[in-house]
Design a protein around this ligand. Structure first.
Ligand code: AHR
Length: 497
């Protein structure tokens, strides 16, 4: 029997809602089909955007959406994606399947999507193959409220008022697909490009995100911070950046042997979980470097690509990265989000890769049909952590699985209205556990919750879309504690009042 000790009288850092963010790239069927079907589609849509998908996404309170890439961002030329759709320039999406990109989803469509979702905006600019002028004019096009050539072009294209741009990424993976740069070369370029991310409206600042490391590359982190944050800046405040990105993907057997999304052994499952838990080490190691430059934590670590990456579903285009999503992925999401909560003093934004039909998606579509994946349900169960204050969640007596992984992995937070949310994952494939949640300094605890469980391979299909779904959890109150049962391979969320 495990106990999770929580002290609601000692709240810590605020959990930025943006930690629960998403990523949508022009890749495979993420944007096209998955989100945007066009206004003339028979699939019910609002201004070309699927209604079923946005309805589902609103329920998990998507806080921020990153677009248009990914690797695609460093080949994207925004001017090709504005103006009348029928005359937009076409291009080849060289990164992802070599397919024709007709640019029918561009800047206006992206901001319309974010309006429909009620989320913050995060646009990723092109450093790899774009010019400073191009980037600067895009920012002007999106955000300038006065009279200017780009503001006039925006109005001519149907949007008079400027949009609110919350985050702007200066390049993507510039150590790889974004130009194969060295850290020092990128750092110099970053300083130059970000200069032209003009802050036209002092009341609506754009947070500049510097391209960060791949996984454990602390040398990259150190070099870009040295050049872009530590060196003096005329305004003396935030150096040249507000956030540093970090990308990390989980695959059981390495890049060459990622393995199947649905047919995997117990050994592969535990290897996946071990790699998911490695996020803790990565954040700790990059945070330590960041602390050296920025002890006041002015800049955020933005994990703007994370998730499980397996072999594509048999018979699908390799460049489309389409994979199924099982209970294993629910557990990957659960421990990763617990970890982000735990580091919310430094991690201020994170985006799962990707939102629909690509990698560890929360939604899959097939023609007019749509399903919610186990990962979707985890985001739904964890939604009350958004904006709450982190609480320490000390797990005692849960034991270990597979020779060292924690059997129960948990996180807790305190909302403004006093509700304590506890989320936990049982990583064991064989043993269920009774788990007592004990609140310090509280005479009685009462709660309600939900649980997601099933065989680790279980997943939703278009014929059985509810094979894995949230179910009500029995929560038994005993004085200042409640007890729940967590079946093997499960995720639970409890709200205590
Ligand atoms: O998410 C898929 C790809 O993974 C992104 O385009 C790239 O940034 C990363 O390597």
């Amino acid at each position: 029997m495990a106990t999770i000790h929580i002290d609601p009288t000692r709240p810590r850092s605020r959990i930025a809602p943006e930690i629960y963010g998403h990523f949508s790239e022009h890749l495979g069927r993420c944007i096209y089909e998955g989100i945007f079907v066009g206004p003339d589609s028979a699939i019910p849509n609002e201004n070309g955007i699927r209604r079923d998908v946005t309805q589902a996404l609103r329920k998990i309170r998507v806080p921020v959406l990153r677009w248009p890439g990914g690797c695609f961002a460093d080949e994207y030329h925004w001017q090709d994606g504005v103006g009348p759709r029928e005359s937009r320039k076409r291009m080849v999406n060289t990164h992802w399947g070599g397919v024709l990109e007709d640019n029918s989803f561009g800047t206006h469509e992206y901001f319309e999507l974010c309006r429909q979702l009620g989320c913050k905006t995060y646009v990723n600019g092109n450093v790899g193959s774009g010019t400073v002028r191009e980037m600067s004019e895009w920012v002007e096009y999106m955000t300038f409220g006065g009279l200017s050539p780009m503001a006039e072009l925006r109005a001519k294209n149907g949007h008079e008022a400027p949009w609110r741009l919350d985050y702007f990424g200066v390049g993507n993976e510039n150590w790889g697909c974004g130009g194969n740069m060295t850290p020092s070369y990128y750092a110099d370029l970053y300083r130059r490009y970000q200069t032209y991310v003009r802050q036209y409206d002092p009341g609506a600042p754009i947070a500049r995100i510097c391209g960060g490391p791949n996984a454990d590359d602390v040398n990259w982190t150190r070099t870009v911070l040295e050049t872009c944050f530590a060196s003096p800046h005329p305004d003396g405040a935030h150096g040249y950046m507000d956030g540093l990105s970090l990308h990390y993907y989980v695959h059981p057997g390495g890049w060459d042997h990622k393995g199947s999304a649905t047919a995997f052994s117990d050994t592969e499952y535990y290897a996946t979980m071990k790699k998911a838990l490695h996020m803790e080490d990565l954040i700790a190691m990059h945070s330590a470097v960041m602390d050296g430059f920025d002890p006041e934590k002015k800049i955020g670590l933005m994990v703007d690509e994370w998730g499980a990456w397996y072999d594509v579903e048999p018979g699908t285009e390799p460049g489309f990265l389409y994979q199924q999503n099982t209970m294993r992925d629910a557990l990957v999401a659960a421990v990763t989000l617990n970890i982000f909560n735990g580091h919310s003093d430094r991690v201020r934004l994170a985006c799962i890769a990707q939102m629909v039909n690509v990698l560890q998606s929360v939604i899959l579509t097939e023609g007019p049909r749509m399903l919610l994946t186990p990962t979707y349900h985890v985001f739904h169960m964890y939604r009350d952590h958004q904006g709450a204050r982190l609480l320490d969640a000390e797990v005692e007596g849960a034991g270990a699985v597979d020779g060292g992984l924690p059997a129960i992995h948990a996180s807790a937070s305190l909302a403004e209205d006093g509700t304590v949310t506890v989320t936990a994952a049982n990583l064991s494939l064989t043993h269920g556990q009774d788990v007592t949640i004990r609140l310090r300094g509280v005479p009685t605890a009462r709660g309600e919750g939900s649980v997601l469980t099933g065989d680790v391979h279980s997943h939703n299909t278009f014929d059985r879309p509810d094979a894995v779904r949230e179910k009500k959890l029995d929560v038994t109150s005993v004085g200042p504690a409640v007890t729940i049962h967590m079946p093997a391979c499960s995720v639970a969320a409890v709200q205590l009042r």
